[in-house]
Design a protein around this ligand. Sequence first.
Ligand SMILES: Cc1cc2nc3c(=O)[nH]c(=O)nc-3n(C[C@H](O)[C@H](O)[C@H](O)COP(=O)(O)OP(=O)(O)OC[C@H]3O[C@@H](n4cnc5c(N)ncnc54)[C@H](O)[C@@H]3O)c2cc1C
Length: 226
Amino acid sequence: MIEARGDGRVEEAVTARLHHDWSVVPGTERTVPVDALCVTHGFSPQLELPVAAGCRLRGGAFTDVDDDQRTSVPGVYAAGEITGIAGAPAARTEGLLAGWAAGGGDPGDRAAAALRRRRDRARAFAGRLAAAHPVGAAWPGWLRPDTIVCRCEETDYGTLLHAADGAAAAPRAPSGSVPARPRPLPGPRLRPHGRRTAPRPGGRRRSPPPARRPAHPARRAREPSS
Ligand SMILES: Cc1cc2nc3c(=O)[nH]c(=O)nc-3n(C[C@H](O)[C@H](O)[C@H](O)COP(=O)(O)OP(=O)(O)OC[C@H]3O[C@@H](n4cnc5c(N)ncnc54)[C@H](O)[C@@H]3O)c2cc1C
């Protein structure tokens, strides 16, 4: 599924066959009328609690923990999917280990060592699974300037590219002002630099980002193409 279109609600989905790198196989796009759409790839944990506790994150997506599930905040331990997606056995074992450490258990105890080994086996399996199903590097080729990237702000890809271009030249915030603290966004992120001339699905090249913010793509989908 490479595109969702609609006016206020989803009305059409565009599917396509993909190459190994997730670039679109030309000529395979198909537009399907839909009432609803469910799409997922991978998982993202809810990080509100570790973020609220001030725990350091790893890669912006998971809580950073040491070998005994200690976070960067003294006295705070983390276990399960907030430290990495590895399935129920890994989460349970991490919980046992965190409980052991939090309860003052001897870190050199054989029971703790066995828990660490069991956890590491489960994590290694999850790592292999994730490596077998990566997000293809060519997916940004699906984006157009009017593709909505953030629905909360209705920010489109063209605006994002403009912002990325202007970031270096942008004036600094006045001293004393407090910059907004963005909520960490887990999972793969857009990497707009160097992508703008990537060919669109079907081989056409993208037009440069528009000077003005384009209409919502849902509305544009209804406009006759020129
Ligand atoms: C559909 C589905 C099928 C799955 N099948 C398998 C399977 O076959 N085998 C397997 O190994 N794993 C499977 N899993 C994964 C497995 O469920 C998880 O790995 C496991 O539950 C992780 O445990 P956890 O304690 O880390 O997180 P969870 O079990 O998700 O527990 C986290 C808890 O924290 C609560 N919470 C979150 N944020 C807050 C907050 N801000 N304040 C208060 N509470 C909060 C949540 O409500 C939840 O109760 C599956 C998951 C899903 C969704």
